[in-house]
Design a protein around this ligand. Sequence first.
Ligand SMILES: [Zn+2]
Length: 244
Amino acid sequence: MAAEQAETHDVLLEYRREENSSTGCIVTQIEGSAVSIEKFERITFRDLLTRLARTLAKTAGVPRVILRRTDCVNLFPYVLDRGTVELFRTDPVAAIHSMTFETPEAVVVKKPQNTPVEPAPLRVGYDTLADAFGELVYVRTRATSIECPGCGMWGEVNVSRTGRGVFTCKRKCASNFRVTISLTRLWAAVSVDALLDNEHMTRFFLPRSWNDGRSWISREELKTKYTAYTAEKEKACSLLATTG
Ligand SMILES: [Zn+2]
């Protein structure tokens, strides 16, 4: 696990392309709360990157930069690698130059190429979402893939406009492992029920905080944990019902 920063700065760049122009906003967040929002309309991609560079110059430390195309639902949020973020701060001209050739768009245009994508940095403000155990558990995402909760290998998944899709593992789980996922921030949520419905699976790859630092959890352990969670929840709900 990576070390936690004192304060998590995130810069979210959300935009949609219309022909050769981009419309969207740059949101700066500290610990998950927006501290500034800059909107832009019909600007060139170069201008968009210039604005991003300006925002990064004003941000303390090296923030995490997340790019999201709002017009491409199949493209998951994309996290800029730290090297590029640092380049934006030290040499914005070089960074802008490198980005106009190597942008997330490139992934959309040339699709079959299985280019490795920089994995998302591990700890961020809203990663706490993935730390807790509940009806849903979370798996990592990058570009158009998720980290299979069956085997831990990366696999592609198509999602609808609402961020939902059915993931079928084509790697180690040999295509007979299917779960519905829904994108939440940088994570894909999977219901524990759906995992357990895959009855042939004897263990799951869920390296989350709630799993006590382990990568795997056996079917029995997951079931036990889920039963305990459900019982706890029902108790809380009935308590609310009687006191309410
Ligand atoms: Zn798998």
